[in-house]
Structures are given as structure tokens and as C-alpha cells.
Write a protein that binds this ligand. Structure first.
Ligand SMILES: Nc1ncnc2c1ncn2[C@@H]1O[C@H](COP(=O)(O)OP(=O)(O)OP(=O)(O)O)[C@@H](O)[C@H]1O
Ligand SMILES: [Mg+2]
Length: 366
């Protein structure tokens, strides 16, 4: 896929911006705090409908303004669609070809972005919630149905947790809870199955890519759940566990088992990478995870996602730079930011449009 252009109004430090993109490489050079990441973020928001930097969407609106708008035309092999995101004090609206789309699941696969940024290391080192967020966003982009089930599951879970908080062992109505639990177990089974499959696929590619770049090290992702997901009758097992945990759940006022507590951990040569791996090995794991994700997308869709490379070249050594550049050279549309143009290889500069970013104004240099 390819994004032809972007129009931005009142996003972060941009008042008004309109750019037509090169279908190969677009490079944005500028000093610190000029708006490079903001531009990458605007593309990410247009694709995912959420920011990778903040949960508070009001922060995305330019200071002193009361709404923001991002729109762009996305071209696939056979289709051309205009995507639009509007965020104001009243909330967010999402449109395709001027029609309001109410379900994110119907929107999110139209512009698939894969972002590389220095914060990726957090996927390896950070809390389980960061890894779950990664899983949800990436699976959401390649499988529309995943988000439908995730939304259902989250709503049911919220109801269950509220009910647990309002009741105790004497007041609880088991019949009511059983009906709720049955629906929860159904959705949880769907989520577990989709996550198992995705992690299995990630493992195939990440192993291959990591081994190649590192000269032989073996990396593996292990999916960690509090339910034995390998069991055949998974839905029944979840239901049983929900029932047997009810005393604990009432005590804590929350549901203690289920996919909302999932995690996945990285092992390097059979050791946990966050305890054993060097900083460089952890960075490489994060990089290979993203490269594996691209492979899965290509196989599933017979198309490329869009690559967003925010400030990553200065951190990567030559070999790692080359493994990213390999994709760029295959013809994947890429957006690169850097403070110093010398961090970008000459052969990449050849095929690119180059822009200068200064105080929220972007000027084309080449
Ligand atoms: N809502 C907002 N309204 C106005 N300006 C904002 C808003 N949010 C962030 N900014 C400004 O945007 C600028 C940061 O832009 P950005 O993060 O894109 O920098 P950058 O060019 O990527 O810099 P670096 O090289 O340091 O990563 C800061 O000056 C910040 O004050
Ligand atoms: Mg930045």
C-alpha cells in the first residue's frame, strides 16, 4: 500500500500542512523539537486511530486550538480511499471517503503502518501491558475480527469487574455471573486462539531474522497465560477457572484470569533476554520483532505495509541498518526522520524526497 498525501490541521506543532509523498522514500531532517516525530505520529494516528506516544488524545490538538484533523489518500492495488481523523473536545470521528466509520475494526486495516522508534526497546524491557498493547495493535491491523472480539471481551470484563466490586459472597447471584462468564469464556477462547497463532507465526520469522543478523543466536517468544491454552476444551477450562476463582475475584474486585493478563517473553539462547541479553541484543530483538511483523503482513496480504522509521538510524550499527534497508530497497514506502542527514546512507538518498523540518514548517529540499 501507499499513502499519496497528507493534510494536517492543528496537530501538535503543525497549524496547517499539506504534503504529497514519494511512493518510495520520504526523509525528514531537522534539529530536536522541530516536529519530525509529530509528523510520523500523524501518519501513525491516521492508520491506527491512536497515538503511540499518549493515551490522552486531547494532547494531540495544537495548543490553543479546539480540534485537529488529519486526512490522506491511501492507494492499494485496486482501491483508492480517503481516510480522515478528527479529534475535538467532543471526541473522535473517523471517516473513509467522507463516511463516518463507527467500528475501528472496519477502519484499521486500510492503512497498515509499522513503526520503528527508539521506544521499541520497551516492548522487550517494559511491563506486560506494553506487550499486550503491541499484540492488540498488530493483530488488529492484520485481522479485522480480532478487534471485534477484543472489544466484546473488554466490555464483558468491565461488566464483570463492576459486578464483583458491587457484591460479596452473600449478595452475588451465581446464575447471573454464569451467563456473563459463558460469554467471557467464548470471547477469551477466540482471543487466545488468535494470539497463539500470531505468536507461532512471529516465532517462525523472528528466529530466522535474528539468527541471520546475529550470526547464529537463537531467539524465541514464549506466550505466557494463566490458563493452559494448549488444552483441547479451552472454553470449558476458562469457564471452570472463572468459577473456581470467584472467591479471590470478589476479594480483589477484579477478574484474575483471562487474556487481559497475558504476556509474552523473549528468550535468547534459552535465557530471558531482559535478564541475560545485552542492551544491543535487546535492541536487536525489538528490531527483529518488527521485521517479523512485516513478513507476516506481506504473506497475508500480498502487499507491503508502510514503514515509519523515527530516529532509528543513529542507534543502529551497520549490519542492523542494512537489514532494515533491505526492506526499503524492496520498494516498501518509507518515512525516515533524522537529525543528521549523514546518518542516512547515500544509496537511500538517491531515490528519496528530502524535507527540512523547522518549527512546525516543512520545506521540500529535493
Ligand atoms: N499539542 C501541542 N501543541 C503545540 N506544540 C506541541 C504540542 N505537542 C507537542 N508540541 C511541540 O512539538 C515539539 C516536539 O516535536 P517532535 O517531538 O516532533 O520533535 P522532533 O523533531 O522529533 O525532535 P527530536 O529530534 O528531539 O526527537 C515540541 O517543541 C513540543 O513542544
Ligand atoms: Mg523525535
Amino acid at each position: 500500500m501507499e499513502i499519496k498525501n497528507i493534510k494536517i490541521k492543528n496537530f501538535r506543532n503543525y497549524k496547517e500542512l499539506e504534503l504529497n509523498f514519494n511512493k518510495k522514500i520520504n526523509i525528514f531532517i531537522g534539529n530536536n523539537a522541530q516536529g519530525k516525530t509529530n509528523l510520523i505520529e500523524s501518519l501513525y494516528v491516521l492508520g491506527i486511530t491512536k497515538s503511540h506516544r499518549t493515551y490522552n488524545e486531547k494532547k494531540l490538538i495544537k495548543e490553543g486550538e479546539d480540534f485537529l484533523k488529519i486526512s490522506g489518500i491511501v492507494k492499494n492495488e485496486n482501491t483508492k480511499k480517503e481516510l480522515e481523523i478528527l479529534i475535538s473536545n467532543k471526541g473522535k470521528s473517523v471517516k473513509i471517503d467522507k463516511n463516518i466509520i463507527r467500528k475501528t475494526s472496519e477502519y484499521i486495516s486500510n492503512l497498515v503502518v509499522v513503526l520503528f522508534c527508539p521506544d521499541d526497546l520497551e516492548i522487550i524491557k517494559g511491563s506486560p501491558s506494553i506487550r499486550r498493547r503491541f499484540l492488540n495493535i498488530e493483530l488488529g491491523q492484520i485481522d479485522n475480527n480480532y478487534l471485534v472480539h477484543l472489544n466484546k471481551y473488554n466490555k464483558l470484563l468491565k461488566n464483570r469487574n463492576e459486578y464483583l466490586k458491587q457484591n460479596n459472597e452473600r449478595t452475588i447471584e451465581m446464575n447471573f455471573l454464569e451467563v456473563l462468564d459463558k460469554q467471557i469464556a467464548e470471547e477469551a477462547t477466540m482471543l487466545y486462539n488468535k494470539r497463539i497463532k500470531f505468536i507461532d507465526e512471529l516465532n517462525i520469522y523472528i528466529k530466522k531474522i535474528y539468527k541471520k543478523i546475529s550470526n547464529g543466536d537463537i531467539i524465541q517468544i514464549k506466550y505466557e497465560t494463566n490458563v493452559d491454552v494448549k488444552q483441547e476444551k479451552l472454553e470449558e477450562l476458562i469457564l471452570k477457572k472463572l468459577k473456581s476463582n470467584i472467591k479471590k475475584d470478589l476479594l480483589f474486585g477484579t477478574t484474575t484470569i483471562g487474556p487481559h493478563r497475558d504476556d509474552f517473553l523473549f528468550y535468547l539462547n534459552n535465557h530471558k533476554i531482559n535478564e541475560y541479553g545485552s542492551q544491543g541484543q535487546q535492541r536487536l530483538a525489538a528490531l527483529c520483532l518488527k521485521l517479523a511483523e512485516i513478513e507476516i503482513f506481506i504473506i497475508k496480504n500480498n502487499d507491503y505495509p508502510i514503514l515509519l522509521l523515527d530516529d532509528i538510524f543513529s542507534e543502529l550499527d551497520e549490519k542492523r541498518r542494512c537489514s532494515v534497508i533491505e526492506y526499503i530497497n524492496k520498494g516498501i514506502q518509507t518515512f525516515i526522520t533524522a537529525t543528521d542527514i549523514n546518518d542516512i546512507k547515500k544509496n537511500i538518498l538517491k531515490n528519496s524526497d528530502i524535507y527540512d523540518v523547522k518549527e512546525g514548517i516543512i520545506t521540500k529540499l529535493k
